[in-house]
Design a protein around this ligand. Structure first.
Ligand SMILES: [Zn+2]
Length: 195
C-alpha cells in the first residue's frame, strides 16, 4: 500500500491512525519541501514502521522538463530528505510519468523507480465502494496499490476522507485473498533475494 503527495498535516495523521488500527505498514512517497515543513509528521511516520521514500521536489512531469532540471530537482529533494534523516531508495515520479532518461537519472542517484499495479484514483474523490470495485480485480500477491495522503496538483477533491476510509476494507479484502501488506521496499528486497 503506497501513499503519494504528503506529508499533509490534516490527512497523514489520519492515514497513520487507520494503518495502525489494522496493523499494516505502508510506503509514503513524499514531496520533499512538505517533508521539511512537517518533519515531525515524517518522524512519526518512520516511528510507526512505515517507509518514507522520494516523490519529488516540484511536482512536475519529467516529459515537460529537461533532464538537467529533473536532476537538480532530485538532488535538492534528496538533500532535503537526508537533512531530516531519510535516505530514500525508491522513487515514484510525479504521476508515474517517465522521460526516456528517467531510469538513468534514478540509477545515478541510487534510486529504484517504483510504479503501481492498482490505481484507486482516489484523487478524483471517488467513494470507497467505487475505489474497491475498481481495484479488486487487480489485487493479489505483489500488487502495489496507489493512494494519496495529500492533495497534489490536479486533485479533484478537497480532502482525503475516502482514502482514510478505504484503508480498513482494502486491508480486509487483501487478507481474504491471503495477502499481508508490507512496505514496498521490504517487498522489493524479498524479490531480490528470491531472484
Ligand atoms: Zn504525486
Amino acid at each position: 500500500m503506497t501513499f503519494d503527495d504528503g506529508p499533509d498535516p490534516s490527512w497523514t495523521p489520519r492515514i497513520l491512525e487507520a494503518l495502525d488500527r489494522v496493523g499494516v505498514r505502508a510506503t509514503f512517497f513524499v514531496i520533499a519541501p512538505l517533508a521539511l515543513e512537517h518533519r515531525q509528521l515524517v518522524a512519526e511516520t518512520l516511528d510507526a514502521g512505515h517507509e518514507v521514500e522520494f516523490h519529488c521536489t516540484e511536482h512536475v512531469r519529467h516529459t515537460r522538463r529537461s533532464r538537467r532540471k529533473i536532476e537538480v530537482d532530485t538532488c535538492e529533494g534528496l538533500q532535503a530528505l537526508r537533512s531530516i534523516g531519510i535516505g530514500p531508495r525508491l522513487w515514484r515520479t510525479p504521476w508515474g510519468v517517465r522521460a526516456p532518461w528517467t531510469q538513468e537519472v534514478a540509477e545515478d542517484f541510487g534510486l529504484r523507480l517504483a510504479s503501481w499495479s492498482a490505481d484507486t484514483k482516489d484523487w478524483r474523490g471517488d467513494t470507497v465502494p467505487e475505489m474497491l470495485g475498481r481495484i479488486e480485480p487487480l489485487l493479489g500477491q505483489g500488487s502495489v496499490v496507489l493512494m494519496h495522503d495529500g492533495l497534489g496538483p490536479g486533485a479533484r477533491r478537497t480532502g482525503c476522507e475516502e482514502t482514510v476510509a478505504l484503508v480498513e476494507p482494502l486491508v480486509a479484502r487483501l487478507r481474504e485473498l491471503g495477502c499481508e501488506p508490507t512496505p514496498l521496499g521490504v517487498a522489493v528486497g524479498e524479490q531480490e533475494v528470491e531472484a
